[in-house]
Design a protein around this ligand. Structure first.
Ligand SMILES: Cc1cc2nc3c(=O)[nH]c(=O)nc-3n(C[C@H](O)[C@H](O)[C@H](O)COP(=O)(O)OP(=O)(O)OC[C@H]3O[C@@H](n4cnc5c(N)ncnc54)[C@H](O)[C@@H]3O)c2cc1C
Length: 425
């Protein structure tokens, strides 16, 4: 099955990126210690991590670097999972993973600084406004749990949140001072430049077509060649095909759409005067951030995707208008979408085989910072670090029940999520 992203529709981030990168397709045969499949943030940060450990690394990208979710994201840097707070994460995934997640935004901004990546990085914080009094209580508890671990988090009351986001439609919430936003495409392309500079051999427009064991090595075929490698890291996320039988069935790929206004000029101070990023407590999220020119960039999923390019900008405008009525009047000038890998339990999973094949999958919509942190774990996994020493314990592949049906109909759950959002907890 071929399931690679195309360059269309092109995200706004591409036209704003000052970072550039291109690499030739693979022609002929190649050899390396570790083959990385997938040129998003996961693949590129894993490749960088493996180079630091002295491995020869070759990376194959089916389209161009950043063509997947990494170049299409809203760009919010969030060092937290969608649903689970620190206590629940510690219980489900262990203290080492919790610590890794806590440091994930530091890692992302650290990479941008180390490699001088020009990605309009703003580290002014991430806000989660609460859409009901019960959610405000839960948000305060979440902030306290993170603060107890030393994270720069705190609860905000209703008045403080209203001043920070420019809307009094919320009941308070919490902030993570370590978060922020980036141009995710520029960041990804900058990572590719950095990885190539560190000696990673990158081939774009080179899909890995098959993956087989040959003697004690892996053999991966491509349209015009083949790669032999001792170890393979798969970082194909929501575009995962059938290279590793069964992996695709462990996730549900969900399309998320993005839209951006024209630059707002002097009116940009209407919303987020401190230039933070925000995503609220709804399951059918309302979220936005501004770009470097003062455009509002927001997004949504859709239950019925028919005519998305015309319906979606209107839907996003309507959602923005519920945050602050003036925002609902703004025409959308840019529109694009991308695919997110969701897991049933809404947490990421690490998988590995005894013969050196490994992957992590399931960003559940918050993968920019997480991918930078998970690079260490994936590098450990392909470098034979034993299971009990990995920051995220590997799990067996567990297919989503009724996968073909669930994959096609997952978005139909949106009305149910909206109904739940409307009820107090
Ligand atoms: C619309 C949208 C908004 C989002 N907003 C945010 C946000 O604000 N904050 C946040 O933290 N997260 C966000 N996310 C999630 C985040 O973008 C992802 O978690 C992250 O980018 C995943 O990176 P990745 O490298 O794992 O996957 P990707 O970037 O998807 O990369 C996978 C790559 O693998 C390649 N590939 C697939 N198969 C093959 C093959 N056989 N051979 C070679 N290459 C192959 C694909 O072409 C693709 O480039 C968003 C996602 C989307 C789609």
């Amino acid at each position: 099955m071929t399931d690679w992203p195309t360059d269309k529709p092109s995200p706004l981030w591409r036209s704003l990126s000052r970072e550039t990168f291109s690499a030739p397709a693979l022609s002929g045969d190649a050899d390396c210690d570790v083959l990385v499949v997938g040129g998003g943030i996961s693949g590129l940060t894993t490749a960088l991590e493996l180079r630091k450990r002295g491995r020869s690394v070759l990376l194959l990208e089916a389209a161009t670097v950043g063509a997947g979710a990494s170049g299409r994201a809203n760009g919010q840097v969030i060092a937290a999972l969608t649903r689970h707070g620190p206590d629940a994460i510690r219980k489900a995934l262990g203290e080492p993973f919790l610590q890794l997640l806590a440091g994930s935004a530091d890692r992302l901004f650290g990479l941008a600084e180390t490699y001088g990546i020009d990605c309009d990085a703003r580290r002014n914080g991430w806000l989660q406004p609460a859409h009901s009094p019960g959610r405000a209580k839960r948000a305060a508890a979440m902030a306290a749990q993170w603060a107890a671990m030393g994270a720069p988090t705190r609860a905000l009351d209703r008045a403080e949140m209203a001043a920070r986001i420019g809307s009094d439609s919320y009941f308070g919430g919490w902030e993570h001072g370590g978060g922020g936003h980036i141009n995710p495409f520029a960041f990804t392309v900058g990572l590719a430049r950095a990885a190539a500079g560190e000696g990673v051999v990158i081939h774009e427009r080179t899909p890995a077509l098959s993956l087989t064991r040959q003697g004690d090595r892996w053999r991966v075929t491509t349209p015009a060649g083949a790669v032999r490698a001792s170890r393979v890291a798969l970082t194909t996320a929501a575009h995962t095909g059938d290279l590793w039988p069964g992996l695709r069935r462990t996730i549900v790929p969900v399309t998320s759409y993005q839209a951006a206004t024209a630059p707002l000029g002097a009116l940009a101070h209407w919303v987020l005067p401190g230039d933070e990023a925000f995503s609220d407590t709804r399951q059918d999220l309302r979220y936005l951030r501004k770009d470097r020119d003062g455009r509002i960039v927001s997004g949504s999923a859709m239950a019925i995707q028919l005519a998305a390019p015309t319906r979606l900008p209107r839907l996003i405008s309507r959602k923005l208008g519920l945050i602050r009525p003036e925002l609902g009047e703004l025409p959308m000038e840019h529109f694009w979408g991308g695919r997110i890998a969701m897991t049933v339990d809404r947490v990421p999973h690490l998988h590995r085989t005894p013969d050196g094949l490994a992957t992590w999958i399931g960003c559940n919509g918050r993968g920019l910072a997480l991918a930078c942190a998970m690079a260490q774990v994936l590098a450990d996994a392909v470098c034979d670090v034993p299971d009990e020493k990995l920051a995220l314990r590997p799990t067996p592949l567990k297919p989503v029940p009724f996968h073909p049906f669930v994959s096609r109909t997952a978005r139909m759950i949106l009305p149910w999520l909206r109904w739940q959002d409307g009820r107090e907890i």
